[in-house]
Design a protein around this ligand. Structure first.
Ligand code: 2HA
Ligand code: ZN
Length: 270
């Protein structure tokens, strides 16, 4: 067996959590990541017949039965993941009946997966239905995105349009737009279901006054989506109380979409 601490699926998450911490998005235990790892990759590092313990769940994830994930631990700090991945991360496999997960590695101090596991798993299910190559759900607390949810309409179309107008890259990076949920209690099935419902159509879901969920085929895709939204939100927060002299028009956004071969979400541009 190879050393799991050198496995790309562990080192990549370590680097990413450190990076996100340094972005200022993941204070204390804020944020969580779950990442699908193909069985033939994990089996180079772990004996898949050795289950350390089974952790029950009170929602049905049978669609994901047998799938293996790296998941950040509940109460753990992104700041600390890189120094001690075995305590802060777990490699888990969804049970056959979808009512629990088997711990294959990690959570060494008796830990458990993130409190947002329902939102993660339900989102994975919906994203996999629309994109079989989907692999990652990333939740974080980007400062300016949260700020924007206090001063901007939470209407998805309006929110997306404002972000698109903030920098030229945005429409190209997320032509499918950004979904927004109003404030809800976090860490339960209800917000998990609401998030997953949006994930049928969006790769990005903002939780008002809380943070954002980004998804993708790779860590880079999910992170890239979130950092682009956060950059646009930062510009919005910087300029919103100043007189605007000029901005990007809808016809310019159409020119951009054509040039880059992207399809803006139907009905979002005039
Ligand atoms: O894990 O971010 O939403 C802490 C959180 C909960
Ligand atoms: Zn959160």
């Amino acid at each position: 067996m190879k050393d799991i601490l050198k496995a790309p699926f562990i080192t990549e998450i370590c680097k990413t959590t450190s990076n996100m911490y340094r972005m200022g998005w993941d204070e204390r235990n804020g944020g969580n990541i779950s990442y699908i790892v193909p069985e033939d990759e994990v089996s180079q590092y772990l004996d898949l017949n050795k289950v350390i313990r089974t952790i029950p769940m009170d929602f049905d994830a049978s669609f994901l039965a047998g799938k293996i994930f790296v998941v950040t631990g509940t109460g753990k700090y992104f700041k600390n993941v890189e120094d001690n991945p075995a305590a802060n991360l777990g490699v888990i496999r969804v049970c056959k009946d979808g009512r629990g997960v088997e711990l294959l590695w990690g959570y060494e101090d008796g830990g458990r997966p993130t409190s947002e596991l329902p939102a993660h798993f339900m989102s994975h299910i919906e994203r996999l239905k629309v994109d079989p190559e989907h692999r990652i759900v990333m939740h974080t607390h980007p400062t300016n995105v949260i700020a924007m949810t206090f001063v901007h309409s939470l209407d998805e179309r309006e929110f997306t349009r404002t972000l698109w107008q903030m920098c030229t890259e945005c429409l190209v990076v997320f032509p499918d737009g950004v979904s927004v949920l109003p404030w809800m209690l976090c860490g339960n099935d209800e917000i998990g279901r609401a998030t997953a419902e949006k994930m049928k159509e969006f790769r990005l879901v903002v939780w008002a006054h809380h943070g954002i969920f980004g998804t993708g085929k790779s860590v880079d895709e999910a992170f890239g989506l979130i950092e682009t939204v956060e950059k646009a939100a930062e510009i919005y927060i910087k300029i919103m109380h100043m007189p605007i002299k000029q901005s990007i028009t809808d016809s310019q956004l159409w020119i951009l979409a054509k040039a880059f071969g992207v399809k803006p979400r139907e009905g979002y541009l005039e």
